[in-house]
Structures are given as structure tokens and as C-alpha cells.
Write a protein that binds this ligand. Structure first.
Ligand code: NAD
Length: 475
């Protein structure tokens, strides 16, 4: 396996436009071989107090700048992030083991595209509107606490902070403890883009300490959280003590419905691409493939042939499509689900439990497909967060919709079929975003979940409005 010497240590929190040192540290560990790739600060509630004070002090000035000026800062931030693309990509590969080609294209590339998209919205939001005898004004919420997961470390941060900044708020960010290494690069890029000190503050640390302190802090007006449904529920309860606005982007169990009039080869290729990219560690990963019962075996054979191209490899190798999972804890979790599927008698047609030969020392998992899956089984119901696909046969179209909607989640869905037919089915599904025939991701469209996948929306106009308060001034 390739070894890298990246000098990624983080010296301190980023508060009030300066690095603040002191306190304990914790390790960031490579999922490839368990080596320590960096040490980072382990924040405390006192560090959160300090960051909140800086964010509150910066609020009057930042919130009084014009949306056009804030959009210009974001535009420059996109450029600064683009200039740091290689360092960002290498940091993500070091901390979560994402294949380097994916890190460059997605982990480093998407945040630039999203920041640009948000910047372009500065003059497309109704910042003021006359309704009868009222002037309705959109104002910033105030200080926003942002808590993010490790699976797309910088992208998840950017989808919060870019709209938050455009809306005129200031921020206290806690990045995921297992993947914080791009956060200082963001701080540096933001300063270079002209963001005033104190507008963006970053406190590193664990969820139970720094995350809890943010969620309960009386000086924070809103919490925007992306992560698991279990932690999201806890945050919603904790934030209620100070009646904070809460936006939650939580788990998912995306179903792809293949209709009888679908291009099956296209559906199969896209299912694995959307399902297994980033080792399946994506909230919107396509993890259930719903196929007409009469075509189940034919589609499974095509899937297995396609899956052979997803070889597991060294994430630093330019040609690798699947690296390790992000951590040993993730390996235990995903392998546990694969074992559970086997124990439940599901038909294992690709992959399976256990270590990958030749890659025993890291968090490498075998991409896995179960066929003929009962939609009520654990593997088909729970979010696995790994490259594990369940193929589920259906009888009627109504049954397909019922199965697709038959989990606690409602984040994503997909439909393949003749365009108008697929669109009609897409309209019926309880999901925040539905992809028809593998259409591309759109950073200007709202992103979020129905049901236990969350509340609120990120990205697009709705994603900016999420971080605003409405004031009606009667005249
Ligand atoms: P997680 O819920 O374990 O952690 C997310 C963040 O919350 C981390 O920064 C963590 O430190 C913090 N945290 C943990 N306990 C906390 C507490 N008590 N109070 C405050 N903060 C706390 O999630 P994860 O394992 O990092 O990420 C994977 C999950 O994220 C999956 O469920 C995935 O579906 C979800 N996710 C959702 C989206 C979306 O947009 N809907 C996107 C990516 C990931």
C-alpha cells in the first residue's frame, strides 16, 4: 500500500479569525492501516463559549453587509477552494480512505460547485417583499451551529456554511472528529476570500462534548445538523430547551424502481455507481433495487457482471474505484449487516462477509449484493452505510411504490422507465429527491428528507431561506 507523508496536524481551533491553541488532542487514524495521520484539538464546552462570543461579536457587521457583497465573498471562496483542490483531495483520502480520483472529483470538486451555486443566488432571493400593507423582510437567524458527518467531510460543511453566510449569519462549526482535516483549509480559504474574522469559527472535538455544547448553548440561535437519525433525534430534543431552530439532514435508504419499460443496462450501471461510490457511504446511496419479479434473475445476472468492475484497492492508486470504509468502526457495522443478511437466509450473489484477501489490515469490505430480498428484512430496512445492495422483486407498480416508501426514511429515490411513466411514479414517492433515468445532481435544487430523513432543506434557494427569519413590518 502506498504511504504518504502529508503533515496534516491541526494546531488549534479557529476562533475570531485566529488559531487558538491549548487543551487536549486526539488522533485521526487512517482506515487503510490504522496509522495516525494527524492530531487535532479535542475541544471543550469552554472552547464553544469562546467561539460563540466571537460569532456574536461578528454578527452586527456581517449581517448588515449586502447580499451582493456576501455573494462576492462566496464567489472568491469558491476560487480559493479550487486553488486548494489537491490538498483537500489528499486530506480526504488520508482521513476516510476515499479513492484519490474520487477525492479530486467529488470531495474537492463538489464544494467548489456548491459554493459557486450559492453565490449565484445573491440576487435571486426575495430579501424583501411587499404583501398588502406589510414589508416582509428576510433577516439572518443569528449565530448558526453547524455539526457535520465524516462521509463527505468538506461537502457537508459547505452545504451549510455557504448558504448560512449568504443569509448574513455567523457560524460555529464542529466538523466530524474522524474527518476534520479539510476544515483548516476552509478557514484559510475563507480568510483569503476576505471573510471577516469571527464570522466562521471552528471548534474540533467529539459529538458528546462539543456537539452537545453547541446544541444547548443559549448564544446559538439555530443548529443545522447532518448525520445519523439517532443523533438527529437527540439534537432535536436538546435544542428544544432554548427553542432553537433545528435543521436535520439524516439517514436514508434509497430505492431505485426499475419499471418494465426501463433501459435495464443503464439502470444496472447507475445503481452500482450511485450505490457504491464512496464505498456506499452516502446518505443518498442507492441501496435497494426494485425489479419486476419476472425479470429478477436476468437483472441480477447483469448486476453481478457489472459489479466485477468494482475492485477494492489502495485509495492512493489513481485507478481504484473502491477504497476502504472510513474506519474500523464502520467495518464492524457494515460487516455485521452482511453477516445478518446471510444469517437471515438472503441469497448472497456477490461479495459477502469478512476481510478482503490482500487487504486484511485495513477497513476494506467486499461490495455485496443480496438477491430476492424480502423488503421487510433488516438488511432492506436499515441504513447500512456501505456497499451493500438488496435486489427486491415486485409484482405491480403499486407494490413497487409501497415497498419504496416502506422504510422510516424518505431522503432519496430513483426511477427508471419511459420518461413520462417514470415521472408519474416519481411524483408518487415520499422522498426529498427523486432521480429519473440517472439524471445528474443539481446543486441549485433543494436537498433534504421526508419522514425520519430529516427536516428542512439544504442547497438552492430553499437552502438559503432555511437560514433566515421573516419579519413582517406593517405600514
Ligand atoms: P453521526 O450522527 O454519528 O455524527 C454526525 C456528527 O454529529 C458528528 O460531527 C458527531 O461528532 C456529532 N455528534 C454525535 N453525537 C452528538 C451529540 N450528542 N450532540 C451533538 N452532536 C453529536 O453520523 P456519522 O456517522 O458521522 O455520519 C453518518 C450518518 O450521516 C448517516 O446516517 C448518514 O445517512 C448521515 N448523512 C446524512 C446526510 C444528509 O444530507 N441527509 C448526508 C451525509 C450523511
Amino acid at each position: 500500500m502506498t504511504t504518504q507523508n502529508l503533515a496534516l496536524d491541526i494546531a488549534g481551533h479557529w476562533i475570531g479569525g485566529a488559531v487558538t491553541t491549548g487543551g487536549g488532542t486526539m488522533d485521526v487514524v487512517s482506515p487503510v492501516d490504522g496509522t495516525v495521520v494527524a492530531t487535532v484539538p479535542r475541544g471543550t464546552a469552554a472552547d464553544v463559549d469562546h467561539a460563540v462570543a466571537a460569532a456574536r461579536a461578528a454578527l452586527p457587521h456581517w449581517s448588515s453587509t449586502s447580499p451582493a457583497d456576501r455573494g462576492a465573498v462566496l464567489h472568491r471562496l469558491a476560487g480559493e477552494l479550487a486553488a486548494r483542490r489537491e490538498s483537500i483531495a489528499r486530506a480526504v483520502t488520508a482521513e476516510i480512505g476515499a479513492p484519490i480520483a474520487l477525492s479530486r472529483a467529488a470531495h474537492a470538486g463538489f464544494p467548489v460547485a456548491v459554493t459557486e451555486a450559492v453565490a449565484s443566488l445573491a440576487d435571486r432571493i426575495n430579501w424583501t417583499e411587499e404583501i398588502g400593507n406589510s414589508l416582509v423582510v428576510r433577516e439572518p437567524v443569528g449565530v448558526v451551529g453547524a455539526i457535520t458527518p465524516w462521509n463527505f467531510p468538506l461537502q457537508q460543511v459547505i452545504t451549510k456554511i455557504a448558504p448560512t453566510l449568504l443569509a448574513g449569519n455567523t457560524i460555529v462549526l464542529k466538523p466530524a472528529e474522524t474527518a476534520p482535516l479539510t476544515a483548516p483549509m476552509l478557514a484559510e480559504a475563507a480568510a483569503a476570500a476576505g471573510l471577516p474574522g469571527g464570522v466562521l469559527n471552528i471548534v474540533y472535538g467529539v459529538g458528546g462534548v462539543v456537539g452537545e455544547a453547541i446544541t444547548t448553548h443559549p448564544g446559538i440561535d439555530m443548529v443545522s445538523f447532518t448525520g445519523s437519525t439517532a443523533v438527529g433525534k437527540r439534537i432535536a430534543v436538546a435544542a428544544s430547551a432554548t427553542v432553537k431552530r433545528v435543521a436535520l439532514e439524516l439517514g436514508g435508504k434509497t430505492a431505485n424502481i426499475v419499471l418494465p419499460d426501463a433501459d435495464v443496462d443503464h439502470a444496472v450501471a447507475e445503481t452500482l455507481r450511485y450505490g457504491w461510490t464512496n464505498s456506499g457511504q452516502a446518505c443518498g446511496a442507492w441501496t435497494r433495487l426494485l425489479v419486476p419479479a419476472g425479470r429478477h434473475d436476468e437483472i441480477v445476472a447483469k448486476l453481478v457482471a457489472e459489479a466485477a468492475a468494482y475492485t477494492v484497492g489502495d485509495p492512493w492508486d489513481e485507478g481504484t474505484r473502491i477504497g476502504p470504509l472510513a474506519s474500523q468502526a464502520q467495518w464492524e457495522r457494515v460487516n455485521g449487516y452482511i453477516e445478518r443478511g446471510v444469517a437471515d437466509g438472503l441469497d448472497l450473489v456477490f461479495g459477502g462477509p469478512g476481510r478482503v484477501p490482500g487487504f486484511e489490515s485495513g477497513a476494506f469490505i467486499r461490495p455485496t449484493i443480496f438477491a430476492g430480498v424480502d423488503p421487510r428484512s433488516v438488511v432492506a430496512q436499515e441504513e447500512i452505510f456501505g456497499p451493500v445492495l438488496s435486489v427486491i422483486p415486485y409484482g405491480s407498480e403499486n407494490e413497487a411504490v409501497e415497498i419504496a416508501d416502506g422504510t422510516i426514511y424518505g431522503l432519496g429515490a430513483a426511477v427508471f422507465g419511459e420518461r413520462d411513466h417514470a415521472l408519474a411514479v416519481a411524483r408518487r414517492l415520499a422522498a426529498g429527491q427523486v432521480y429519473v433515468n440517472g439524471a445528474p445532481f443539481n446543486p441549485l435544487a433543494p436537498f433534504g428528507g421526508y419522514k425520519q430523513s430529516g427536516t428542512g432543506r439544504e442547497m438552492g434557494r430553499a437552502g438559503v431561506e432555511e437560514f433566515t427569519e421573516l419579519k413582517a413590518i406593517q405600514l
